[in-house]
Design a protein around this ligand. Structure first.
Ligand code: NDP
Ligand code: HSE
Length: 437
């Protein structure tokens, strides 16, 4: 189909899992894309590390490959730069160069956006250029555009999400089969969900980067990965999963971003990533396998849920293509994407002030007065106990205590004091409980 308009010219940086599917969709949907945009898209170059690498049946002219990404970005005939390489450098250099020169940028690079999104946004403002990054959080799920545009008339109060597919697969498998973490991780690796080095996923770094991006958009405040409290899920045991089941809960690695007053009454933002028990009736509890879901609460809209595939080449490429279409349309219309909205400058609330319920499992000596002593420690730190379950084993007993809501700092002080008691043999686990059990 000929639109009669000159093509919008694209430079693709990276042609791996995501980039190759971007190439495929650009090829397979060329006619529809031209009709939707009002001009054709033309891929003028693809930067990769190994240009001679076999790329299967990818529908692309091999002469487009180059190792000179910066040279490609600088070309005068490039309108839109698509970055699907990842990492901080050299991606930051490429993208600031492109934006500064007025080229539109589409990126899936959550690590860069969470560590130094400010530099990219500043370069976009300076170059009067578009910066789109829908694919950086929750893959295919349209989530950033709703936060960046649709909800801009509202006040978002809380964002709770499962934003890492690998860990959701592992925890869902532990819940379904009773397997331990190691066994479930092995299964995730065998099925290609977990990477050879799964640290970024299981230790929560990947989710923390996504949490920073979500919080920045939701609360009109620059939030970086360093602002996010992070605790991985490697310590979740089969016993924790079983205990959660007894309470009618399941365990998920959650990202939670919320606004509210700090201890001095000043409006602030709290962002955290950690495993937590949630009731099986919670909308996020039924999110299984490697799926992602994000639950957004806003003052006027109420509760909204976004669900879908958070990873994988084709789903992620879908989000990238949506951004390419938006950027191309803007260029043709002479308009721009909404620029960064960070006017609120809300301070970050320390984790110690985050109020949550807790599930604490401890092995104690089974003697008279032990329960009273343990309860006294909770009372001393103003942590109110909701339920206690005890199961005995000869001389020892296991106590499972669930608290009412308490600040994290109070719970940390309680746990420290419990550890110092000689009647406490060990603290088997401390898990947060979210979602009104
Ligand atoms: P891959 O590792 O599969 O692909 C990376 C690509 O970048 C490869 O084509 C590689 O070249 C190229 N590359 C690496 N270094 C350079 C360099 N110095 N110069 C030029 N090209 C280079 O990554 P993914 O496709 O999985 O991820 C890309 C981005 O998308 C990341 O930011 C990631 O966080 C994000 N993302 C990924 C998702 C997924 O499911 N995979 C989901 C959501 C976001 P070569 O092919 O020659 O090795
Ligand atoms: N490793 C990530 C996940 C990929 O498991 O969700 C998507 O960002």
């Amino acid at each position: 189909m000929s639109s009669g308009k000159p093509a919008v010219r694209l430079a693709l940086l990276g042609c791996g899992t995501v980039g190759s599917e971007v190439v495929r969709l650009l090829h397979d949907q060329a006619e529809d894309l031209t009709a939707r945009i009002g001009a054709p898209l033309e891929l003028v170059g693809i930067a990769v590390r190994r240009p001679g690498r076999q790329r299967g049946d990818l529908p692309v002219d091999p002469s487009l490959f180059t190792t000179d990404a910066l040279g490609l970005v600088k070309r005068d005939d490039v309108d839109v730069v698509i970055e699907v390489v990842g990492g901080i450098e050299p991606a930051r250099t490429w993208l600031t160069e492109a934006l500064g020169a007025g080229k539109s940028v589409v990126t899936a690079n959550k690590a860069l956006l969470a560590e130094d999104g400010a530099t990219l946004h500043d370069a976009a403002t300076q170059g009067d250029a578009d910066l789109y990054y829908e694919a950086s959080v929750a893959g295919a799920i349209p989530l950033l555009r709703p936060l960046r545009e649709s909800l801009h008339g509202d006040r978002v109060t809380r964002v709770t999400g499962i934003v890492n597919g690998t860990t959701n697969f592992i925890l869902s498998s532990m819940d379904a089969t009773g397997a331990g973490f190691g066994e479930a991780l092995e299964e995730a690796t065998d099925l290609g969900y977990a990477e050879a080095d799964p640290t970024a996923d299981v230790e929560g770094f990947d989710a923390a980067a996504k949490a920073a991006i979500l919080a920045s958009l939701a609360f009109h405040t620059r939030v970086t990965a360093a602002d996010v409290f992070r605790e991985g899920m490697t310590g979740v045991t089969a016993a924790d999963v079983a205990s959660a089941k007894e309470m009618g809960c399941t365990i998920k690695l959650l990202c939670i971003a919320e606004r509210g007053p700090d201890s001095t009454g000043q409006e602030s933002v709290s962002v955290r990533v950690h495993p937590a028990m949630i009731p099986r009736s919670h909308p996020l509890a039924s999110v299984g396998d490697a799926f992602n879901a994000v639950f957004v609460e806003a003052e006027a809209a109420g509760q909204l849920m976004f669900y879908g595939r958070g990873a994988g080449g084709t789903p992620t490429a879908s989000a990238v293509l949506g951004d390419i279409v938006a950027a191309a349309r803007n260029r043709l219309a002479g308009t721009r994407a909404p620029s960064e909205s960070a006017y609120a400058h809300l301070p970050i609330r320390p984790i110690g002030e985050a109020v949550t319920r807790y599930h604490i499992s401890l092995d104690v000596a089974d003697r008279q007065g032990v329960l009273a002593t343990v309860a006294g420690v909770f009372a001393k730190h103003e942590v109110s106990i909701a339920t206690v379950r005890q199961s005995g084993r000869d001389e020892d007993a296991t106590l499972v205590i669930v608290t009412h809501g308490a600040p994290d700092a109070n719970l940390a002080a309680t746990v420290e004091d419990l550890r110092s008691l000689d009647i406490v043999r060990s603290i088997a686990s401390v898990l947060r409980v979210e979602g009104g059990v």
